[in-house]
Design a protein around this ligand. Structure first.
Ligand SMILES: *Cc1c(COP(=O)(O)O)cnc(C)c1O
Length: 459
């Protein structure tokens, strides 16, 4: 029997959902131009589009919303956030912003411009966009094991250390504006990065005088994996592990919509460089608002201060990652491939393996996402060639290293029975997989096309 760790909470408030008929779903997805971002959420039964900002806040967080201090300056909620963040990350300076990409917009141009490169274990899509908007180029440098979705590796999110050194020499250390460590490595399948790898990356960066920035959206899930899988960490607390992780970086950008379990918010952290922090503040004020609120309401800031703490609770993380492990075991039984071992926030289905007859330029992972909606009203999304878009230099469709259909699981939202519905739908699709067709884009914007492009099925 597959183990399901029961929820370390009970349900105080519910939000009704319903499943439309199959005919209705076929019509809804056609009207949405076969782009899941155009679907109305009311037409979705289980929404696995993202784990970003979709978590359920706790009773404590809602209480925090009521006592949030909306003062323009010197707010009590801001002070609470500073104390909570310092306790977890061990840094001197923090700047709230309205979400992760706002942190990227504030930070990236400080280090990056035309002629520079950023090297990361893997850039998340908005991070890549902000590196490129700053005029620089984004280079991914994940270990080759990450590209093998079948064989076990405990830390598939790791930076390829040897290749990192080569890349720095090739581009010249003076041209590498920053090294970004994404924890967990979202685009590689929510895969963790080991402490040893963070430390080694940091040592190399230091030896070349290149700043290290952690893209920290899922820092707590990463810390949980380190505790479970890395020698020497099983007795350490999640917070101790998090503090050590961050000690190897100079700054971080964070979307608080993930592990901080709030619906909107972000944070920049600066370890101990007061001059850099002055620049961060100066760039925040025109884009995000005054330093003590950074694009957020006082109530959001209060909820973030509480959520940061709740997100590092061990029992919560065991249940949370346990949901992914439960899904993964059920998929193993059904013979459906995914990025294995399963990641922290999502199951990344290997659409290339399930649908080998659909080539990358006909978007197999998008085809699977559409089929999941038609089958059971489940909304997922493509993390593959469709999301990658076109090469900014040549305009050609990029062939992604993965064709993943991502089932991102919101925090504290769905139950074991919902997970069973997902597994049953995938089994049914597997039965008729050879009948699935690829897609063609009929319209697309220049950047981040997957949000708004329009598609049609191929005949
Ligand atoms: C979500 C995310 C971001 C961007 O954050 P938003 O809050 O969506 O703007 C950046 N990096 C990673 C790794 C993320 O998961």
């Amino acid at each position: 029997m597959t183990k399901y760790y029961a929820e370390p909470f009970k349900i105080k408030m519910v939000e009704p959902i319903k499943m439309l008929t199959r005919e209705e779903r076929i019509e809804k997805i056609r009207n949405a131009h076969y782009n899941v971002f155009y679907l109305d959420s009311d037409d979705v039964y289980i929404d696995l589009l993202t784990d970003s900002g979709t978590g359920a806040m706790s009773a404590n967080q809602w209480a925090g919303v009521m006592v949030g201090d909306e003062a323009y300056s010197g707010s009590r909620s801001y002070k609470n956030l500073m104390a909570s963040a310092k306790d977890i990350f061990g840094y001197e300076y923090f700047q709230p912003v309205h979400q992760g990409r706002a942190a990227e917009k504030v930070v990236m141009p400080i280090f990056l411009h035309e002629g520079k490169v950023a090297i990361s274990n893997m850039h998340f899509d908005t991070t890549r966009a902000h590196v490129e908007l700053a005029g620089a180029r984004a280079i991914d440098c994940v270990i080759p094991e990450a590209l093998d979705t079948v064989n076990y590796h405990p830390f598939k999110g790791n930076m390829d250390i040897e290749r990192l050194k080569k890349l720095i020499e090739e581009y010249g250390p003076e041209n590498v504006g920053m090294i970004i460590i994404t924890v967990t490595n979202n685009s590689a399948g929510g895969q963790p990065v080991s402490m040893d790898n963070i430390k080694k990356t940091s040592e190399i960066a230091k030896s070349y005088n290149i700043p290290v920035c952690i893209d920290a959206a899922r820092y707590a899930e990463n810390a949980y994996f380190i505790k479970n899988r890395e020698d020497g960490y099983s007795d350490k607390s999640i917070k101790d592990i998090a503090r050590e992780m961050f000690s190897y970086a100079d700054l971080f950008t964070m979307s608080a919509k993930k592990d901080a379990i709030i619906n909107m918010g972000g944070l920049v952290g600066v370890k101990n460089d007061p001059e850099l922090f002055e620049v961060v503040k100066a760039r925040t004020i025109p884009y995000e608002g005054f330093v003590s609120y950074g694009g957020l309401s006082g109530r959001d800031i209060e909820a973030m201060a509480i959520g940061l703490q709740e997100g590092t609770d061990f029992d919560y993380l065991k249940y949370r990652i346990g949901q992914m492990e439960y899904l993964a075991e059920k998929l193993d039984e059904a013979g459906i491939a995914y990025q294995s071992p399963v990641g922290g926030h999502a199951v990344f289905l290997d659409a290339k393996k399930l649908l080998p007859h659909i080539p990358y330029y006909e978007f197999p992972a998008q085809a699977l996402a559409i089929e999941l909606y038609i089958e059971a009203g489940i909304r997922s999304c493509d993390i593959g060639s469709y999301m990658m878009g076109n090469d900014p230099d040549t305009g050609e469709q990029i062939e992604s290293e993965f064709e993943f259909t991502r089932l991102a699981v919101p925090r504290r939202v769905y139950t074991q029975s919902h997970l069973d519905v997902i597994v049953e739908a995938l089994k049914a699709i597997k039965e008729r997989k050879d009948t699935l067709k690829g897609y063609r884009i009929t319209w697309e914007p220049e950047v981040l096309r997957h949000f708004t492009a329009k598609l049609e099925p191929l005949k």
